[in-house]
Write a protein that binds this ligand. Structure first.
Ligand SMILES: Nc1ncnc2c1ncn2[C@@H]1O[C@H](COP(=O)(O)OP(=O)(O)O)[C@@H](O)[C@H]1O
Ligand SMILES: [Mg+2]
Length: 363
């Protein structure tokens, strides 16, 4: 018989925290600003003629930044090469970022299909990300260490049963909204709790940030995972670690929640700006092709160049139903008028939508 250890071994309190700590006036004020920005983003994505363009772009950006927070570093170029060039031999970090992308996509499908997120779902996401079956931690020894000083700053719960109970409590918190606390505030709270449970051997930071975006979809605040929230965290990484810790050491929920709410507001706004820029570039490109290459112009063709910032003959053949010869003529024509730039990669030629690429690089 297994003996379930006493709860007192674990000092991480269950959710929810006291409402008076998480619904202060500053939090409520910031919450309304964040909610407005997010609603605008949702509204804008609803009106997009082709949301796939945006979804593809933002998911890859989010994957890159969220992995970057964990020092898994790659470049946009390497990512697109790995996605689209057969001859590419992606390095370890690039592969890891692409797995993040898959895990985020998979998680989105899961949420949409089931309408809830439970511990099993979270385990499935982490498994996709880390490519292993380890599941929840069963062995002690995990500790969060300060990178610079090597000093242990936090030892998460060490016992499988405690971890399972805490996850069960988190799961209820994610799916039950009787408490009436704004979902944006709850997002910040659940992220702290998930990171503090630290339920896996590895991938907790990244899985937690995937859950953040999925949570917005779960609560109907976004339809697609198009919030580039990790860009804020990576730019304010010191505060991210410090404030996570201050919830624990100083019961400072307020600054942590404000941090996350500001992140939502700022990244909703920057994502809106990015959408507007992409739309503008799309319209300009459309006009130019209509003018200079009226015989090959179609809206579907332009969309292809934006869905895949790195394009190739095969994509046009598969997605537009044209012959290889025609596809090659189209791409070369587009290069001649300055929209694409070709690069020989192994046996194939990749065509880069240079203006889009530069726009994305700036973030
Ligand atoms: N003091 C802290 N309290 C709670 N969570 C923390 C603290 N410091 C860092 N974290 C979280 O732990 C994450 C790193 O955990 P880890 O399992 O290594 O993630 P990954 O494998 O994705 O790198 C950070 O991104 C952060 O979310
Ligand atoms: Mg790690």
């Amino acid at each position: 018989m297994t003996i379930k250890p006493n709860k007192a071994f674990n000092d991480l309190p269950l959710l929810p925290p006291k409402e008076s700590l998480v619904e202060t006036i500053s939090i409520l004020k910031q919450e309304s600003k964040s909610a407005v920005a997010l609603a605008e983003l949702k509204g804008l994505t609803n009106t997009l003629p082709n949301p796939n363009i945006l979804i593809n772009v933002v998911i890859l950006e989010e994957a890159q930044a969220s992995s970057g927070i964990e020092n898994v570093i790659t470049t946009q170029d390497k990512l697109y090469q790995a996605l689209y060039a057969k001859s590419a031999k992606p390095d370890v970090a690039t592969k890891e970022v692409l797995r993040y992308r898959e895990a985020l996509l998979m998680g989105t499908l899961l949420i949409k299909e089931k309408g809830f997120l439970n511990t099993n779902g979270i385990i499935t996401i982490q498994k996709e990300l880390e490519e292993n079956n380890a599941g929840l931690r069963r062995l002690p020894g995990s500790a969060l260490v300060n990178d610079l000083t090597n000093e242990v700053i936090y030892t998460p719960p060490d016992n499988f049963y405690t971890i399972s109970d805490l996850m069960k409590n988190l799961e209820e918190y994610l799916n039950d909204d009787h408490d009436d606390v704004s979902p944006l505030i709850k997002l910040a709270i659940q992220h702290y709790q998930f990171e503090s449970i630290h339920p896996f051997y590895d991938g907790n930071g990244r899985t937690g940030r995937i859950i953040n975006v999925l949570y917005l979809i779960l609560k109907g605040l976004l339809k697609e995972p198009v919030l580039y929230l990790s860009s804020f965290i990576i730019q304010n990484k010191g505060d991210y670690y410090r404030l996570l810790q201050e919830v624990r050491t100083k019961n400072n929920w307020e600054d942590w929640i404000l941090y996350m709410l500001k992140g939502i507001e700022q990244t909703a706004q920057s994502t809106i700006e990015q959408i507007n820029k992409i739309n503008l570039l799309f319209n300009e490109t459309q006009k130019l092709v209509q003018e200079k290459l009226p015989r090959i112009y179609s809206k579907d063709l332009i969309e292809q160049l934006f869905i895949h910032p790195y394009s190739k003959i095969e994509f046009l053949v598969n997605n537009l139903g044209i012959e290889r010869k025609a596809a090659s003529r189209y791409l070369n024509g587009l290069e001649e008028i300055g929209i694409l730039k070709s690069q020989q990669k192994g046996k194939e030629v990749i065509y880069i939508n240079t203006k889009l690429y530069n726009l994305l690089k700036k973030g």
